[in-house]
Design a protein around this ligand. Structure first.
Ligand SMILES: Cc1cc2nc3c(=O)[nH]c(=O)nc-3n(C[C@H](O)[C@H](O)[C@H](O)COP(=O)(O)OP(=O)(O)OC[C@H]3O[C@@H](n4cnc5c(N)ncnc54)[C@H](O)[C@@H]3O)c2cc1C
Length: 331
């Protein structure tokens, strides 16, 4: 294990992650390699009266620590047991590692849309997979949690017998966004289909996935700028990793989302003084919890909390709470 202080070679690299807009500012970094190292880091924090934080990839950095940073990226072993259909992933492992080890056995984890997200951080936040409405939250598949204090050192979780999925996406020009949002809202969504509706600058994008066939014809309300849909290996339903960048984001869970509110969300995000990417995830199906939708906002810079709150104001009467995932650079 390496123990690094400000000014030490490697200190900046170790505290940096996917989020480039802010970084932890720790007095000391413990670059841990096993559970004993984690215990040592926790003992150190305790003895010096310092707070501690854990970082695997930095995708979900919310509030930087000034105390002890436990960096888990080197503690990243992944084992797959095809006999019990389980995987064990250490604290710093990312989904891509699990996908690669599970696929040769015709198995897949309930991973999300980015293979470079950490298994543990994602799962502790519930874990909304690209097949979430079909199989529920990733956290529901956890068999064993190994811990040192409040730090998870490894998770053992179920894999599913999934090799291929029906998945795809459609992109539409902004002028068709209203009609696309209306068609998305009217979708008589089978419980086994997991879709997402997103705005990205001047395009609207719909993605969808299921292990079973389904129809998306009704979404074709205008000629798509781009469309692809077909049966593909599960790992290919996962988006390509993005390079590290600066972003701020937050989310709300809603009890309902009437069409009028959905359209007003779209308008509020599009007309904001900040650039805002809006994401709408229908919940239900196998997802427990009672919320009907998750609405997430992401901007490619920091300092946009006020603008995000203005957009969330549109759906304030329907808000039940927040998901722990999809919160970036916010307290
Ligand atoms: C591009 C992108 C795509 C995403 N896609 C999805 C998606 O499809 N579905 C979804 O549900 N979420 C998604 N997320 C959200 C993601 O799951 C959360 O941000 C999650 O917290 C990231 O975990 P991490 O370990 O990669 O990040 P980190 O920033 O390293 O960790 C985030 C937080 O997780 C906690 N944590 C991490 N490791 C441990 C540990 N060993 N013990 C205790 N606590 C720990 C800590 O509180 C830490 O601050 C996405 C995020 C991004 C940026």
């Amino acid at each position: 294990m390496r123990i690094l202080h400000p000014g030490d070679p490697g200190y900046d690299d170790e505290r940096s992650g996917f989020q480039t807009g802010l970084r932890h500012e720790p007095q000391v970094v413990f670059a841990v390699e096993n559970a004993r190292d984690v215990e040592e880091a926790l003992r150190y924090a305790d003895a010096h009266g310092l707070e501690h934080a854990v970082q695997a990839t930095g995708h979900g950095l919310t509030t930087p620590t000034t105390g002890v940073l436990i960096s888990t990226r080197r503690m990243n072993a992944v084992e797959v047991d095809p006999r019990t259909r389980t995987a064990r992933a250490e604290a710093g492992a990312v989904w891509q590692q699990v996908l690669e080890r599970a696929a040769p056995h015709g198995l897949a984890p309930l991973s999300g849309d980015a293979g470079d997200v950490g298994v543990v951080g994602y799962t502790l936040g519930g874990g909304f997979s690209v097949l979430a409405r079909e199989f529920g939250f990733a956290s529901e598949r956890v068999r064993t949690t190994e811990q040192a204090g409040d730090v998870v050192t490894a998770l053992e979780f179920e894999l599913l017998p999934i090799s291929e999925v029906h998945a795809g996406e459609m992109f539409f020009a902004a002028e068709h966004a209203e009609a696309v949002f209306e068609a998305f809202h009217a979708w008589d969504l089978p419980d086994h289909v997991t879709p997402a509706l997103t705005t990205l600058g001047d395009v609207a994008r719909v993605t969808f996935a299921s292990t079973r066939p389904f129809d998306v014809g009704h979404l074709r309300v205008a000629p798509p700028l781009k469309e692809e849909f077909g049966l593909k290996p599960f790992a290919r339903a996962v988006g390509r990793p993005l390079p590290p960048h600066t972003y701020q984001g937050d989310n709300v869970l809603l009890g309902e989302l009437p069409l009028e509110a959905l359209q007003r969300l779209r308008e509020a995000a599009a007309s904001s003084s900040a650039e805002i990417f809006l994401g709408v995830l229908p919940l239900g199906g196998a997802l427990s919890g009672g919320a009907s939708h998750l609405v997430k906002l992401v901007s490619p810079r920091l300092g946009v909390g006020e603008q995000h709150e203005e957009v969330f104001d549109v759906v304030r009467p329907f808000v039940l709470g927040k998901s722990r995932n999809f919160r970036y650079a916010v307290d």
